[in-house]
Design a protein around this ligand. Structure first.
Ligand code: P6P
Length: 336
């Protein structure tokens, strides 16, 4: 007899008691992300058949060419998040500044802030490689009922109330945490329902996979170079395997299941690293720590970094605890 798997909707309701704020609102917020993920998945899965891949002909604040699917995903998530009268502010990788959302009900004030990378790794779309959505959720810190301020978005990662990602891969999965562990849900596209497929996801403390763009090797701090050479030495369970998809969500997801470390260090072309603190590093770091993994810039815990600007970049190291600590030891000994 097959045991009926719990749906994402059922799971959210059944576990909302563990959420320390008004759970009904968070449940509704997570359900809006679930809906947007299904809609974006539908477009991602048929990219190439319709005129939705390729350059949109514009660039985002990062100076990166916007892909049509980037813009589509951005608009879909913003539209869906705005509708539920729960979110008071949204910041997106695709938007220069944050978006303030007023409540449509004068007796109810929206309290949640969402930061999102709507389609991370989108340069992989036209070569049919996995991409992902990453989201980070906070409570606002400025007075309810007033327009949101930048300080509502510049909160440390340790203040997140929820975070997650959608990986549009061989199957589409939604993985999230509200601070009570990490759970993964797989979409059954035939019926458009996410089912609990990976309960209580946990990073193996050790791993034998490292993910880094070794094309930038000469640019890396000495401590990172020393660690990469350590991964390649013949000793014990080494050499490790090098696996780099070029899509953070996919590399992170694989490493969380099998054990491994992801690195995007700083270099001369990326003096502060490439990944953005608020809508890439902090949500992934929250998930990593909830899954018994670790995340830092090599010295400081990612979720302790005090944000100073919306699209701020930081060096990012994340994965199995013992692998991250080994790299941090090399950074400590050899530094820059
Ligand atoms: P590079 C995608 O653009 C991304 O933000 C991450 O998903 C990915 O890990 C990284 O950048 C890839 O960057 O410089 O190695 O192509």
């Amino acid at each position: 007899m097959t045991v009926k798997k719990q749906t994402l909707g059922e799971f959210i309701i059944e576990n909302q008691h563990s959420f320390k704020y008004s759970s009904g609102e968070l449940s509704s917020l997570l359900n809006s992300i679930r809906l947007a993920a299904k809609v974006v998945n539908h477009e991602v899965n048929k990219a190439g058949l319709v005129d939705i891949i390729g350059a949109y002909g514009d660039t985002n604040i990062q100076g990166e060419d916007q892909q049509k699917l980037d813009v589509y995903a951005n608009n879909k998530f913003i539209q869906t998040l705005t509708r539920r009268n729960i979110v008071c502010g949204i910041a997106s990788e695709e938007e220069d500044s944050f978006i303030s959302i007023n409540s449509i009900d004068e007796n109810h004030q929206n309290k949640y802030i969402v930061l999102i990378d709507p389609l991370d790794g989108s340069s992989n779309i036209d070569v049919n490689v996995s991409v992902g959505t990453i989201f980070s959720i906070y409570r606002r810190v400025t007075p309810v009922g007033t327009p949101v301020q930048l300080e509502d978005f510049l909160q440390k990662g340790s203040e997140q109330v929820a975070a997650g990602y959608v990986v549009y891969g061989t199957s589409t999965m939604l993985v999230y945490t509200t601070g009570d562990g990490v759970n993964g849900f797989t979409l059954n596209p035939a019926i458009g329902t996410f089912y609990l497929s990976h309960p209580n996801m946990t990073f193996p403390e050790d791993g034998n996979m490292y993910s880094v763009n070794e094309g930038n090797y000469l640019d890396f701090p000495l401590g990172v170079k020393k660690y990469i050479k350590y991964c390649q030495e013949e000793e014990g369970d080494r050499p490790y395997t090098s696996r780099y998809i070029g899509s953070l969500v996919s590399d992170f997801h694989r490493n969380m299941i099998k054990g491994g470390i992801y690195m995007y260090p700083k270099g001369s072309r990326n003096p502060n690293g490439k990944l953005r603190l608020l809508y890439e590093c902090n949500p992934i770091a929250f998930i990593a720590e909830q899954a018994n993994g670790k995340s830092s810039d090599g010295y400081t815990r990612t979720m302790d970094v005090e944000p100073t600007e919306l699209h701020q970049r930081v060096p990012f190291i994340c994965g199995s605890k013992n692998m991250v600590e080994k790299l941090e030891a090399f950074m400590e000994e050899f530094g820059e």
